[in-house]
Ligand binder design. Structure first.
Ligand SMILES: [Zn+2]
Ligand SMILES: [Zn+2]
Length: 239
């Protein structure tokens, strides 16, 4: 074997040998060298298990078909929903780090959890579609976290990503609005890009977090009359 080839082999094996990737949440050894979360952090995240609320992907907390949070709303305009974990404790800290504190590398372990969930539930997704940020917000933040997450998810699942949605108007920050104002603020905020053929497709709308669901409801509304056969939603954290 030539020296060059031997060095090439050593280098390609090196990451696992020399520096096992740390857990992206606690910095401890993650095991497997895959840039994911360690078992202890995963346990702390308390990922949501089935049966899930079809409106938000959250935990079903009663005998009804929807969770108590979703019961307060009109029927959600989607066929089903997924959420990775509740936005509390460790999960909330991680999502905030991803969203606000410049930790884009968290897209990867989040996407690994989402890929696992999709494989298990098997909703037959044809396209992954990120909910877009308004460009001014993307500019100040440096990246669109939902889009990064989608790129990783697409890579892991092999499902194509399509940035099919656009914001057609700038909306107010949702944080200070009450529930009714949130829905009003976002109504008609999204449109489909022109020239897409979505006929018969099952699409997965992806955002980072869900609070009232106003954003996802407005985004899902853009698919009315588009010919899609089903709309599912997925968020990292459910408040
Ligand atoms: Zn950890
Ligand atoms: Zn729900």
């Amino acid at each position: 074997m030539t020296v060059k080839r031997r060095i090439g082999r050593i280098l390609s094996a090196a990451p696992e040998l020399a520096c096992p990737f740390p857990c992206l949440a606690c910095g401890g050894p993650a095991g497997g060298g895959k840039n994911l979360f360690c078992a202890e952090c995963l346990a702390e995240l308390r990922t949501i298990q089935s049966p899930r609320c079809p409106g938000c992907g959250g935990t079903l907390d009663g005998v009804l078909d929807y969770c108590t949070k979703c019961m307060e709303f009109e029927k959600r305009p989607r066929n089903g929903a997924f959420a990775l974990f509740d936005l509390r404790g460790a999960g909330q800290q991680l999502v905030y780090a991803f969203k606000f504190y410049g930790r884009p590398e968290l897209a990867r372990p989040f996407a690994a959890l989402a890929a696992e969930l999709l494989e298990k539930e098997n909703p037959g997704i044809d396209l992954i579609i990120p909910v877009p940020l308004h460009w001014t917000r993307c500019f100040t933040r440096g990246y669109n976290q939902a889009e990064l997450f989608c790129e990783e998810l697409g890579r892991l699942t092999g499902i194509p990503l399509q940035t099919a949605l656009r914001r057609i108007r700038r909306t107010r920050q949702q944080a200070r609005l009450d529930r009714k104002q949130r829905f009003k603020n976002l109504s008609g905020a999204f449109a489909l890009k022109s020239g897409l053929d979505l006929g018969g497709k099952t699409v997965l709308l992806v955002d980072d977090v869900m609070t009232t669901g106003a954003t996802l409801t407005a985004a899902a509304a853009a698919f009315e009359n588009s010919g899609v056969s089903a709309v599912y939603t997925l968020v990292i954290g459910r408040r």
